[in-house]
Design a protein around this ligand. Structure first.
Ligand SMILES: C[S@@+](CC[C@H](N)C(=O)[O-])C[C@H]1O[C@@H](n2cnc3c(N)ncnc32)[C@H](O)[C@@H]1O
Length: 467
């Protein structure tokens, strides 16, 4: 409920107002949970995935419409707040970055604009990946903001993460909010200064349904524990990712990549783990190089050059004990021959931390926060080192502040995909609390002033196709 204070005949009148909201691209209903907790009512939802739509109905008693492209917009009920977490794949760093040109999802933002123009809700809250802001050097972002302004809204944006609001997950997301009639009185929620986050606050004690870490993964960790044990105690562990394939490698990397030098000109060099490249066929040379050193690029980006240099220096300095340790990881898949220690100054025990098995390597983090949940795969579900197990679906739902949601998808794949796509409920609630209170103390004269401001924006000649 939003407390609205109207000035009528010079007197202030207070009224608790239940606002009507719609939830586009509804997924698990992160927006729904947040706005309902504030006393507002969902009057329409839209979700193309049949299983998620059925789950939404089970959780909230409202059957979402399917594909937004097949929606008769005039049938959407009148509403005060439009909420939308439109698909992020075209804008995500992890995807093809096709943006609005993406044939599968690129046009979906258009439907948000169409609904805003047709129904003119007072507010909107939109969420997406932070890369949306950087996509095409900011062009995509400017286009989005312009179109929202042209639809009649004052617009603001921010990048926020649940860990700033007491929830132990690092998950930066771009939020755009808008209001017809200006944003005076709106402030983004203040990130909390309290740094005492602990992943334990979302964990169950020895949950029965927890998946234990398979033996192969325990083997990876034991091998890296040996590396930590052998590393000199009086020296700080590397803060850069350890790329073991560089230990013994000499292939060129600074001015040109192996491809830049020519794959058949590498006979005098060594590839991964010091493997000689002499006399190898082109295919054999490629196979003998680390996966990150293959490919068409004639030169490596600076960050890669730095990582390779740092790893080769590390090897030079510690070669004696590294050579004795190296055979223990030679059979591992390349991803697990890479290791990131994000626990500077902490006890050197792999079992004390939150672990994530990523394509970019095994990453260890302090047990304060979980890494961002990802939708694409279940292999990156955070691992609780001290219990040698993955986090459960219910525990991960708490990372999204959805611990109270009665029903989650039945399958592990379905559940992690939906949770990895969802918006964090606490973050939306904080934003909505501030935005929907915008009308407090606003009397007609203020609204009309804000309206004038908008008109000025319109007249400034921002064109829909400007960006
Ligand atoms: C980023 S997720 C939004 C998650 C949601 N905000 C939540 O809290 O769970 C995007 C959702 O849009 C849905 N979607 C994709 N294309 C759609 C379309 N054409 N019409 C309706 N929904 C669509 C996907 O199935 C997915 O659940």
């Amino acid at each position: 409920m939003t407390t609205v204070r109207h000035k009528r005949n010079g007197r202030k009148e207070e009224a608790k107002q239940e606002l009507r909201f719609i939830d586009l691209f509804a997924g698990l209903g992160g927006f729904h949970q947040a706005l309902r907790a504030l006393g507002h009512k969902c009057v329409f939802a839209c979700e193309i995935n049949e299983d998620l739509a059925a789950l939404y109905e089970k959780n909230f008693g409202l059957r979402p419409h399917g594909d937004i492209r097949e929606l008769d917009i005039s049938k959407v009920p009148a509403h005060d707040v439009l909420c939308a977490g439109f698909p992020c794949q075209p804008f995500s760093k992890a995807g093809g970055q096709e943006g609005f040109a993406c044939p599968q999802w690129g046009d979906l933002f258009d439907y948000i604009i169409k609904i805003l123009r047709a129904h003119k809700p007072r507010y909107f809250i939109i969420e997406n990946v932070p890369n949306l802001v950087r996509h095409k050097q900011g062009k995509t972002w400017r286009n989005i903001e312009h179109r929202l302004r042209l639809a009649g809204y004052s617009v603001d944006d921010s990048i926020l993460s649940p860990n700033q609001f007491g929830v132990p997950q690092i998950r930066e997301r771009a939020f755009i909010i808008g209001r017809r009639g200006g944003l005076s009185g709106f402030a983004w929620p203040e990130p909390s200064k309290d740094a005492d986050l602990a992943i334990r606050t979302v964990l169950d004690e020895k949950p029965d349904d927890a998946r234990l870490l398979p033996e192969q993964f325990l083997k990876y960790l034991r091998a890296w524990q040996k590396f930590l044990d052998k590393f000199p105690k009086d020296e700080e562990l590397p803060s850069f990712p350890i790329w073991a394939m560089e230990f013994g490698a000499t292939y060129p990397y600074e001015d040109a990549s192996p491809e830049g030098v020519g794959l058949m000109n590498l006979g005098s060099y060594r590839g991964s783990f010091g493997l000689s490249l002499r006399g190898l066929s082109q295919e054999e040379v490629v196979a003998a190089l680390p996966p990150y050193a293959r490919g068409r690029a004639k030169a490596f980006p600076d960050w890669k050059v730095d990582f390779i240099r740092q790893n080769r220096d590390l090897y030079k300095k510690h070669r004696k004990w590294i050579d004795a340790w190296l055979p223990s990881i030679l059979e591992f898949a390349p991803s697990f021959q890479k290791f990131e220690w994000n626990c500077k100054g902490e006890k050197r025990s792999v079992w004390d931390y939150v672990i994530q098995f990523r394509a970019s390597g095994i990453r260890l983090k302090r047990p304060t926060t979980a890494p961002s949940l990802v939708a694409m795969t279940t292999s990156q579900v955070p691992v609780i080192g001290w219990e040698k197990r993955y986090m459960t679906i219910r525990e991960c739902s708490r990372l999204q502040s959805m611990g109270a949601l009665p029903h989650l998808p039945d399958t592990r794949g379905g559940a992690f995909k939906a949770l990895g796509n969802a918006v964090n409920v606490t973050v939306v609630r904080k934003i909505a609390e501030s935005l929907l209170a915008c009308d407090a103390d606003v009397d007609n004269s203020v609204i009309s002033n804000a309206g004038k401001h908008l008109v000025t924006e319109f007249l400034s000649g921002v064109s829909e196709n400007a960006a």
